[in-house]
Design a binder for this molecule. Structure first.
Ligand SMILES: NC(=O)c1ccc[n+]([C@@H]2O[C@H](COP(=O)([O-])OP(=O)(O)OC[C@H]3O[C@@H](n4cnc5c(N)ncnc54)[C@H](OP(=O)(O)O)[C@@H]3O)[C@@H](O)[C@H]2O)c1
Length: 324
């Protein structure tokens, strides 16, 4: 192994340009992973545009999730050995030949999953587990509204919502996306270009939990179709960072609005969520009971084309970079 590697160069953002960077070193409790695949997330596009810096001290290279082989282990690592096939969430650095992964977040890759499928899992499944189960407390018989149902997050949220016994409604921007969400289990697809989601959700009896993936002006509208004691969990800002809420409605209906970000959670908190996903989700994905919802795979060298595809809202589920 040389001391350098190929990686997407932070200095060239917003363009994705490959070049040479120092290879990272596994610190205490960390694995050094030869990256075979890296998942793409909307957050990567926002970071490349200069709006979502990595947490202090973390790699400025893009990318939040990887799958690959362990090539070195840091001090104090147990449970993983050289050559193990793993996948997991990273705070940055995935668009590179090598990436460090905290052993506490590493999940053994089932043989039934390919590299690309494995790399597509950590960010979306940990996010939806955190927000629907840990924060949202979603229960059987409740009604869940998921915005952007055909996004990577949306596809996982629809499936987890159904798994938990909820009725799931979801908004989508095209007929093709709507049909796909129905195959994932959505009970009602709302074509937001043609229908007002507030009317549809109200007619269905109101939402108990809303996974707000796009933010902005949707928040005020969410409130109008949120039931008494219901919650809106805000995880995205694609429609902007400003929202107008009706404080009267908030108070009278005892509504909750909670912001949530996986990336800024402590390592311990992320490790608990990773363990829950490894136990409750990964075996069902490996068996086919849950779908990884992998849409397209791009060669890592085509990272820019992959970002353009996602920026144009063309993806149904996840897009992944695959390395030679
Ligand atoms: N806070 C967290 O911890 C966390 C973690 C992961 C992701 N997220 C957020 O969750 C969201 C989904 O992420 P992802 O990576 O799964 O996204 P993605 O696969 O890139 O999909 C995003 C989808 O959102 C819809 N969309 C885009 N702009 C929109 C707009 N202005 N109004 C309404 N819908 C719009 C589009 O679908 P249509 O064509 O159907 O409109 C688009 O395909 C993002 O906002 C992301 O930042 C947050």
């Amino acid at each position: 192994m040389t001391d350098t590697m190929q990686a997407v160069l932070p200095d060239a953002y917003p363009r994705l340009v490959w070049g040479e960077l120092p290879r990272p070193v596994a610190g205490p409790g960390q694995l050094l992973v030869r990256v075979r695949a890296a998942g793409i997330n909307r957050a990567d596009l926002i970071q490349a545009a200069g709006h979502y810096p990595p947490p202090p001290g973390e790699s400025a290279v893009l990318g939040l999730e990887i799958a690959g082989e362990v090539v070195a282990t840091g001090e104090g690592v147990s449970g993983f050995a050289l050559g193990d096939a793993v996948f997991g969430l990273v705070p940055g650095g995935a668009y590179a030949e090598y990436c460090v992964l905290d052993a506490a977040l590493a999940i053994a890759k089932p043989a039934a999953l390919g590299w690309a499928e494995a790399a597509s899992l950590p960010e979306v499944w940990m996010t939806v587990w955190l927000n629907l189960v840990e924060l949202g407390g979603l229960r059987a018989g409740q009604r869940l509204l998921v915005h952007a149902g055909a996004s990577g997050i949306g596809a996982a949220a629809i499936q987890l919502g159904k798994r938990l016994g909820a009725e799931v409604l979801t908004t989508v921007g095209s007929v093709e996306k709507g049909a796909w969400c129905t195959t994932l289990g959505a009970d009602r697809v709302i074509h937001y270009h043609d229908e007002d989601f507030v009317d549809v959700v109200k007619a269905a009896g109101g939402a108990d939990l809303i996974l707000e993936t796009v933010g902005g002006d949707y928040l005020g509208r969410d409130q109008q179709c949120l039931n008494r004691d219901g919650s809106i969990i805000v995880i995205g800002l694609l429609r902007g960072t400003k929202a107008e809420l009706n404080v009267g409605l908030l108070l009278v209906k005892r509504q909750r609005v909670q912001g949530s970000a996986l990336r800024s959670q402590t390592l311990d908190a992320k490790a608990r969520t990773a363990a829950a996903v490894a136990e409750h989700v990964v075996p069902d994905i490996a068996s086919g009971a849950l779908k990884p919802s992998l849409d397209r795979v791009f060669a890592a060298s085509d990272a820019q084309a992959a970002h353009d595809y996602v920026a144009q809202n063309r993806n149904l589920g996840k897009v992944v970079l695959i390395f030679d």
